[in-house]
Design a binder for this molecule. Sequence first.
Ligand code: NAP
Length: 248
Amino acid sequence: MIDLSGKSALVTGASRGIGRAIATTLASAGARVACNGRNEELLREVVDEIQGNGGDAFPAPFDVAEEDAAKELIQACVTEFGSLDILVNNAGITRDNLFLRMTREQWQAVINTNLTGPYNVLRAAARPMLRQRSGSIVNVSSVTARIGNAGQANYAAAKAGLNGMSLSLAREFAPRNVRVNVVAPGLVDTDMLAALPENALQEILERVPLKRLAKPAEIASLVAFLASDLAGYITGQIFAVDGGLAMG
Ligand code: NAP
């Protein structure tokens, strides 16, 4: 059993999909969880679900792409917690288009949320972890960073950037016992896939050896393990949870 009792966690993008599963999984393992997202109504639902199951959570609404808002809310979370043990950078968006049709807005929106977002959050959240000389950071990337995807140059660039940033931070933070790892999902059954046309989804599914989508809980279980002391000797790793898609 993964035991996170006594630990505090911040999960970005916890209002829906993978982030919601991560927040509820961490909470059911005993962590106190700050749930981030922009939709306050959905965040209330997640927090109510966690509390209804006997867990401890509170909403932390802010846009990860907005540096000042992120800094202010994260400082408030750390004050509320008294420490921060687990940080999961999960919030992400897609704005797919073929490269020559991709607008500057589509490019920038994805870079701002998926790459600068984790940068903003880490700038505010890493210091207390480094100060207390313990912590686990899990960044949620994508199989796309490794194998690419037509129509996702912006998304692949942001996620590959996140991978590189994570490996650099793993080296920087290791002397302070703060671990940094990446979970790279393949196709997961969430709202994000709703943007894909049905035929495109079927085409990619054909290439997945396990021939099905992942459930959000199948990503959350690895995140919970990496967040726990059971993974105390694991840092600087990129873990694919993709049904074998990136096997080559
Ligand atoms: P999702 O269902 O669309 O949920 C995205 C979450 O991110 C929502 O909670 C959303 O909350 C939040 N979010 C988006 N922009 C935000 C911002 N600027 N500030 C704060 N929160 C923000 O997506 P998902 O499938 O769960 O994806 C979660 C992560 O997994 C993403 O990083 C994604 O790239 C990655 N991933 C997903 C798949 C997949 O197949 N689904 C595959 C590989 C990787 P609000 O709407 O409340 O803002």
